[in-house]
Design a protein. Structure first.
Length: 73
């Protein structure tokens, strides 16, 4: 499964926030923000901090996407 944080970026736009604002209010490292930007996995602690700071649920900031099959038999 792949992870998508598109919902997080939309939420930040709706709240008129930038990534640096998220980093500050959620008290997460810049490397975590970079991982989010690249669609990489982050710890549950980071997701909880984001959800607490933005007053939302984890489903409001991320979603799991099924892997595409590369081989077709």
């Amino acid at each position: 499964m792949a992870v998508s944080y598109k919902k997080l970026w939309k939420l930040l736009i709706d709240k008129d926030m930038k990534k640096k604002d998220l980093q500050s209010v959620a008290e997460i490292s810049w490397s975590s923000v970079t991982k989010l930007s690249k669609g990489e996995n982050v710890s549950m602690d980071v997701l909880i901090k984001i959800c607490t700071a933005l007053n939302c649920d984890v489903g409001d900031v991320m979603e799991l996407l099924p892997d595409e099959k590369k081989d077709k038999d």
